[in-house]
Design a protein around this ligand. Structure first.
Ligand code: GLA
Length: 382
């Protein structure tokens, strides 16, 4: 699968550290539907993919840890006893966060040497950060016999993201990356944090991702702002989370909140319902309904929840014009990254050619196309 990547990571590790490491693969994720529902304790439908992070890691018997980011060719050394987040630390903060959270739980983590590399583009909405966090927590758990369950590990990854990267994310990304099941998507209940795998076979159709190659800087603060709005509205409704609200509940407080907040909460309630309809349509193999729900989801994300951008909207519009596409929507946190499309397999090449040309003409840059396979979650390899 990621043979080339594994080989490169092993080679780099050997050159620098001489010992034999543990090798971990941790995947990125896609999400079929259910966006921004996770921190509202609602439903999402993610799947781990066959692209992600490969990590080589071993103990070094000292207090200092070394991490080499192979793609960036950057080496970072830190004292494993004194850990703090670094301002604008980028990838370093995810690793520091994981180690710090383990320490907070009283887990004995000593110094380690490590090399990692990935083949998911960062900022594409494919959760390269969750893959990175999970690879380290999984590797350290093995290395230092920490006896953590997978559930505990994803909580550590999520806390690393909250406290060291400053994004108050939900649990979907870390969950999907850790618990992925080959050829399946996971209908995830973000309140109980349990999922049901659904075997995915779209017959003549397939999933295609298109990356806008846009990463908006405001995305982190805008993400946290969305979360605050949802919490404010659920407080007003005196419920635990928007998962528990109906449209009627929301109508009843319409005059107490501004129109924007109303629209955002409405989006969450509708999106949660769409996930349930989506799972039913998968069971019936009703591809038309699936596609339609994708388009509806995008409309809500763009108009009500306001987390899309011109490039994402443009790609979804091009999909709508082509009868061989059943549905499309932006995927992940938003403000850039990828759209997910349900396209007739035979149409892939034509559509790619056509959209590349049109995208370039309007935005004077390229979008990128990926096909992904649904895969197992974080695991030791070799
Ligand atoms: C990001 C977050 C997730 C989730 C999605 C939107 O990927 O990390 O927790 O909220 O955005 O669905």
């Amino acid at each position: 699968m990621n043979k080339k990547l594994i080989k490169e990571v092993k080679k780099s590790f050997k050159e620098q550290f001489k010992t034999k490491p543990l090798i971990v693969f941790s995947p990125g994720r896609i999400n079929l539907i259910g966006e921004h529902t996770d921190y509202n304790y609602g439903f999402a439908f993610p799947a781990a993919i066959n692209k992600g992070i490969v990590l080589a890691i071993s103990k070094n018997g000292s207090q200092t840890s070394s991490v080499y980011a192979l793609n960036k060719e950057e080496l970072y050394k830190f004292d494993t006893v004194k850990i703090e987040p670094i301002e604008n630390g980028g990838w370093r903060n995810y690793i520091l966060g994981v180690v710090a959270e383990l320490k907070l739980l009283g887990k004995p983590v000593g110094g380690f040497n490590s090399v990692f590399a990935g083949n998911i583009p960062g900022g594409a909405g494919l959760s390269s950060s969750a893959a990175l966090e999970n690879s380290f927590v999984f590797g350290l758990n093995e290395l230092f016999d920490l006896e953590l369950s997978k559930y505990e590990m994803i909580k550590i990854s999520q806390n690393a993201e909250h406290n060291y990267a400053g994004v108050k994310c939900g649990i979907m990304d870390q969950y999907a990356s850790m618990f992925g099941v080959k050829n399946s998507a996971l209908l995830l209940d973000c309140r109980t944090i349990e999922s049901t795998p659904y075997k995915i076979d779209f017959k003549k159709y397939k999933l295609m991702l298109i990356n806008t190659n846009v990463k908006h800087d405001l995305s982190e603060s805008a993400y946290n702002d969305r979360r605050k709005v949802c919490e404010k509205v659920s407080n007003l409704l005196q419920i635990d989370a928007l998962r528990d609200a109906t449209k009627d509940d929301l109508e009843a407080i319409k005059n107490d909140i501004c129109e924007e907040d109303f629209q955002k909460a409405l989006y969450i309630i509708n999106e949660n319902n769409r996930v349930k309809l989506f799972s039913k349509a998968i069971k019936k193999n009703d591809l038309m309904v699936l596609g339609d729900l994708l388009y509806q989801s995008h409309e809500g994300l763009s108009n009500n929840y306001q987390v899309s951008c011109a490039e994402l909207d443009f790609l979804v519009e091009r999909a709508k014009e082509n009868p061989h596409l059943l549905g499309a929507r932006m995927m992940g946190g938003g403000f850039g990254g990828c759209t997910i499309n349900l396209i007739l397999k035979d149409e892939f090449k034509n559509f790619k050619k056509d959209v590349l040309k049109k995208f370039r003409a309007v935005f004077e840059k390229d979008c990128s196309f990926y096909s992904v396979k649904l895969s197992d979650g974080t695991q030791l390899i070799d």
